[in-house]
Design a protein around this ligand. Sequence first.
Ligand SMILES: C[S@@+](CC[C@H](N)C(=O)[O-])C[C@H]1O[C@@H](n2cnc3c(N)ncnc32)[C@H](O)[C@@H]1O
Length: 223
Amino acid sequence: MDMKKGILIQETKDGSHTLYNESLDETYHSTHGAVQEANHVFIDNGIKLIDKSDINILEVGFGTGLNAILTNNYAKENSIVINYIGLETIPLGMDLINKLNYLSENKYLSEDEFMNIHKCDWEIPSQINDSFSITKKNIRIQNFQSEHNFDLVYYDAFGPRAQIEMWDRSIFENLFSLINHGGKLVTYCAMGQFKRDLKSVGFVVECVQGPPGKREMTIASKK
Ligand SMILES: C[S@@+](CC[C@H](N)C(=O)[O-])C[C@H]1O[C@@H](n2cnc3c(N)ncnc32)[C@H](O)[C@@H]1O
């Protein structure tokens, strides 16, 4: 990355913040609404579709932790148990995290939990509350292996224009092997080649309505 360029806070149309990566010329979320997009893609079309009370989730691209925070809320509201693993290659500093307005966007999230999700150590599991434990891992998805399988993968990488290597078929072949039967991978992306790659590694692929500003998103299931 060009070190002269940085990561800046930007407000999206629903009032919630996102970050803008100047080197990649890419935002971390939809500019139509960061919280709105995360709720639509990962909560409404992700965790709500998993019919289990004890769910293992892998997130590719932990970033601001927004998806983890919303998932924590969902787990508490619905009395389910989540074991969450978030992969991230560029952990963000607390200077940026402290400026994000996600606390005010999340009425069920206590300040302690928000801070605990962000301040907990990397590489080891941290129990945030009775419903939610998280392990943040500073590793590239391309190098990730796991002894445990997942019920749900949140695939929240930068888009193909900014980071084409994140959309390589080999990644989805590995993820298919790490997902339980009945499990799913969800993402905001609905690119044609990506969907063909998902099918070719064994997923059953469904396109559903995308969040505001995006026609479609993808749900890939391992039957
Ligand atoms: C679209 S942003 C993440 C959005 C994040 N879920 C959020 O809510 O803030 C993509 C993230 O993927 C991370 N990333 C980039 N390359 C990666 C890789 N090879 N493996 C895992 N994460 C990666 C980026 O640093 C960035 O934080």
